[in-house]
Design a protein around this ligand. Sequence first.
Ligand SMILES: *Cc1c(COP(=O)(O)O)cnc(C)c1O
Length: 446
Amino acid sequence: MTLHGDPATLATLDSRVTAWVRERLRGTGVGTVGDPGRLVDLIDGAISDAGAGLDDAWQTFTQVVAPNNVGLDSSRFLAFVPCSPSASAVWMDAVVGAANFSAESWLEAAGAVAAEEQVLALLASAAGMPAGAGGCFMSGGSIGNLSALAVARERAGGRSKVVVADTAHASVANALHLLGLQPLTVSTDDSCRLTGGAIRAAVGADDDIAAVVASAGSTNAGVVDDLAGCADVAAELGAWLHVDGAYGLAAMLLPELRHRFDGIERADSFIVDPHKWLFAPIGSCALIYRQPAAAAAVHTQHGPYIDALHPDDGLFNPSDLGYQLTRRASGLPLWFALAVHGVEAHRQAIRAGIRLARRMADALEAGEHTSLVLPPELGVVLFRRDGWGVAEWRLWAQATREAGVAFVAPTIHRGEPVGRLVFMHPATPDTIVGELLATLAHTLDT
Ligand SMILES: *Cc1c(COP(=O)(O)O)cnc(C)c1O
């Protein structure tokens, strides 16, 4: 069997892979990861000079590699931020892997880039961005935030501080560190929102503010900041407004929730991760700028062989607008799912998570030993259980996973250990509410 030889010699691989994907799409459990040391031993020797051949290699994959991962795509995965890709998006992702459209430029992949631009235009329009707004897909929110903040820094004329909320995602702090910018951390209010008033109070007469970063759905609590207030202050300060909507901004597509995101139309840049609440597979962030030319001035790569990518046609390549050159067409899976099922089907899938989060919240509020930390704004529910501290929450998470009820992970909210649930998968059964309540009913022996 040669590396690029007759594909017929790998014929049984086609059917094995197709069967594996089909099975996965029928639904998966929350899974578990084995002991890392043991796995390293189990996989030892899988790569050899001569190669193990298809049967052995596939067996190592199916017996060792695949089973030792948690299922973020399980309908019972309610921890961190899950990933609940649609079947259409998963199959198109497989095509993207096979085709290797090199989606950094129009020159190489005009078809793929045109399709991605359709999705970006849909998001820019939902946000109310002006004509001329545009952007690109990146591999995830962290690289999206970094790319946008690099442009903000360039625009800041030497100013060095960036307003961030105490709820900002960790990737924002990392991006600022990489860019040599200093965070000016502003406390969120009682409902965990960053407000214009709090920024004004914290900034005072400081004229060294380069940018304001707000969240459209904080990761821990799912709270949308006061984007309009943040936009007002950013305008007063002459600072860039970046909105990190990696998790929650997908919900702006819902007309009934659009008002929660008022102010997004005044952002200089924003991100939303299709691999979170837009049901695309892992590896996708939509990054949008009010004025893409500002981003192109920062990110366009030049060099003897790269300049061929820049014909004088006035079009921006995706790689001109973010920090990735060679890039998977990571917007195509979402484009395909939107083309197949329509936008409304995606709205309905988002609504399913919000509805379940509200039902869970109502049940927790009504419970004898449980209460809400905050009413859920999107799909995240933060709650308390009387008498429980770090140890009890850890036991709860373990017991709930082991019982097969759900993969859950507690968190810390303002120093207090609390329960956290994230509802996203449209196939999560309604019975989960009662099942989870039962896990909270009894006292845990620590
Ligand atoms: C998940 C998340 C990120 C990071 O995105 P990745 O795709 O994991 O790199 C950034 N910001 C927020 C608000 C997030 O929820």
